[in-house]
Ligand binder design. Structure first.
Ligand SMILES: [Zn+2]
Length: 199
């Protein structure tokens, strides 16, 4: 039996599915929405529906995008000779915040993890190699996370890309070990980019 009227219980159930939201936070969010006016609740609901309807993956780099090509791939001022490889769209945001990188991106949509049954064929590796075909790209900067899966992925990609005559670099260590790129502060991540080393 629930302590809540059915619509509230349903909202709580949905909120609790979100990462990092436990029962207490779900209750706080639900009551906040209930206390607010209808228009505010409608805007939140619309934003959620809209983001799912309009956002898909960039045709070239697999970052989130509202267009066929994302804002970075579309921008003629970006340096198309350099591609930074990351695991997730949120890592693009982390790198952009440093202001240290002016090239393009490639989002793998994960990392190699044999334990979870994730191999290169589950990632956007083939699409990355295809982008290197015309010789326009001279450097691939690998910015996968500094944990076992990220390092495995970096080594795998280096072995695959180097024979193509493209320089492969890896962002420097000094990032919080075992952590995710998104948790590194801008200065640390910026330094790691600047001090990248050839693999
Ligand atoms: Zn893109």
């Amino acid at each position: 039996m629930s302590f809540y009227a059915e619509p509230i219980a349903r909202l709580l159930e949905e909120l609790e599915r979100l990462p990092g939201v436990g029962p207490k936070s779900a209750q706080r969010l639900a009551f906040h929405i209930l206390k607010g006016d209808d228009a505010t609740a409608q805007r939140l609901a619309d934003a959620i529906v809209e983001v799912k309807r309009r956002i898909h993956f960039c045709r070239q780099c697999f970052n989130f995008s509202a267009e066929d090509l994302c804002e970075y791939c579309r921008d003629p001022r970006r340096d198309a000779s350099s591609i930074c490889v990351v695991e997730e769209p949120r890592d693009v945001v982390a790198i952009e915040r440093t202001g240290e990188f002016r090239g393009l991106y490639h989002v793998l949509q994960g990392a190699i993890s044999p334990m979870d049954g994730i191999g290169p064929e589950q990632l956007r590796v083939r699409e990355l190699i295809d982008r290197l075909g015309d010789g326009a790209v001279t450097e691939v900067v690998i910015a996968t996370n500094p944990n076992v899966e990220g390092e495995t992925t970096a080594l795998y990609l280096a072995r695959l890309i180097k024979p193509l005559g493209v320089k492969v670099t890896r962002i420097a260590s000094g990032l919080p070990g075992g952590g995710d790129l998104e948790y590194a502060d801008e200065v640390t991540l910026g330094r790691a980019l600047e001090a990248r080393r050839e693999m």
